[in-house]
Design a protein. Structure first.
Length: 328
C-alpha cells in the first residue's frame, strides 16, 4: 500500500519520468504533489485503514462477520479516520464511495442502500470502473485469516462484506477469489513452488468465485480473464478508465502467485512502476507474496521506514487476532 502510493494514479510514462526502480526503495524519494501529500512519508493509505476497519469489526464480534457493524465502522472512519494515528477524517477513497457511506440508509440497511445507490448511479454515470472498483479487496485480505481452515466460511464472509459496499457481482466474486487464495496459502497444504499446486489453487478460487456472479455470461468472461495472466504488464494497470477495476487487482494476485521465483521487493517495485491503481494492486500482490514467503522475508528497509505508531497499532490487532484464533 505505502509503496504503491509512489506511483498511484500515474500513467506508465509518468512513473518512468518520476522514478527509477531504485527510487522506490526509500520513502524519501516519493513525489511531493498535492495527491501524495495527503499522507506522511512512510504512512500507509486508506486501503490498509479499511482492512483495519474490517479487522476491528471481526475482533469486536469474536470472529463473526457483521455487515451492520462494518457499515457503522466505515462511516465512523470516514468521519474521523483513526484519531490515534493522527487522522482527522478518512481520506483516499473515491467520491462515489464517500457518497454511499454518507447515505442516511447505509448504516441501517447497508445491503439495500448499496444496491439502490449503485443502480441509481448507473442510470446517470455509465462508468464500469466506478461501479466495479477495487475497494472490497481490503476486507477480502482481512477475512482470509480468521477462518482460513474453512474455505466455505471464508468465501461467505468475504462475499457478505463485499456486498455491504458493492452490489456488482464481479466485486463479490473477485473478493471471494482473493480471500480463498490467501486462506489456501495460510493452510500450507502444498508447495507454493509447484506449478501444479498453484494452478490447482487458482482453479479452486475461480470456481468458488463463479458462485457469486449470477446469470450474466459477460460477467464470467471478464472474471475468467483474470486467471489468464502471467505477467504484470499484460494486465495493463495503467489503462485509462479502467485503472481501479477490481478485476485488475485480482489479476495482480494471480500473476504474483504464478511468479513464485521472484523475491518480494523486486515484484512489488515492478508492479508499482506500472502505475494505475498502484496502491491497491501492490497491497493485493503484497498480501499474496507475504503469505507465500512469510514475515521474515519481507524487505527490512521498507519495514523500518513505516511510521512506528502505525506498526504498533497494527501489532495490537495482529496479537488480538492470534488470541482469537488461539495461536501463539
Amino acid at each position: 500500500d505505502a509503496i504503491g502510493l509512489f506511483c498511484d494514479k500515474m500513467s506508465l510514462d509518468e512513473t518512468q519520468f518520476h522514478y527509477t526502480p531504485v527510487d522506490l526503495l526509500n520513502f524519501s524519494n516519493i513525489l511531493h504533489d498535492d495527491y501524495r501529500c495527503q499522507w506522511q512519508q512512510g504512512e500507509w493509505t486508506s486501503h490498509t485503514d479499511i482492512m483495519g476497519v474490517c479487522l476491528d469489526s471481526v475482533l469486536q464480534w469474536g470472529g463473526v462477520v457483521d455487515e451492520l457493524d462494518y457499515a457503522k465502522r466505515l462511516h465512523t472512519w470516514l468521519t474521523h479516520g483513526y484519531p490515534e494515528l493522527g487522522d482527522k477524517n478518512g481520506v483516499g477513497i473515491e467520491s462515489s464511495l464517500v457518497r454511499l457511506i454518507n447515505h442516511p440508509q447505509f448504516i441501517r440497511t447497508p445491503h439495500i442502500a448499496t444496491k439502490n445507490y449503485w443502480q441509481d448511479l448507473a442510470n446517470w454515470q455509465n462508468s464500469e470502473s466506478t461501479v466495479c472498483n477495487n475497494f472490497t479487496m481490503s476486507s477480502a485480505i482481512a477475512l482470509s485469516i480468521p477462518n482460513f481452515y474453512n474455505l466455505k466460511e471464508v468465501s461467505s464472509n468475504s462475499s457478505r462484506l463485499a456486498q455491504t459496499t458493492h452490489s456488482e457481482p464481479r466485486c463479490r466474486a473477485s473478493s471471494v477469489a482473493l480471500s480463498v487464495i490467501l486462506a489456501t496459502l495460510l493452510q500450507g497444504r502444498g508447495s507454493t513452488k509447484s506449478k501444479d499446486f498453484i494452478e490447482q489453487m487458482l482453479k479452486q478460487a475461480l470456481e468458488i468465485g463463479w458462485k457469486r456472479l449470477g446469470p450474466n455470461p459477460a460477467m464470467y468472461d471478464d472474471f475468467n480473464k483474470c486467471f489468464n495472466f502471467y505477467h504484470f504488464d499484460s494486465i495493463r494497470p495503467w489503462e485509462q478508465g479502467k485503472q481501479s477495476m477490481v478485476t485488475k487487482a485480482l489479476a495482480c494476485a494471480v500473476v504474483t502467485l504464478r511468479d513464485y521465483r521472484r523475491d518480494y521487493q523486486s515484484l512489488i517495485v515492478e508492479l508499482a512502476q506500472l502505475g494505475g491503481a498502484a496502491r491497491m494492486n501492490c497491497m493485493v500482490a503484497g498480501a499474496v507474496a507475504g503469505c507465500r514467503s512469510g514475515y521474515s522475508r519481507l524487505p527490512r528497509e521498507w519495514l523500518l521506514q513505516l511510521l512506528p505508531r502505525e506498526t504498533a497499532w497494527l501489532d495490537v490487532r495482529i496479537n488480538q487476532l492470534l488470541d482469537l484464533m488461539a495461536l501463539p
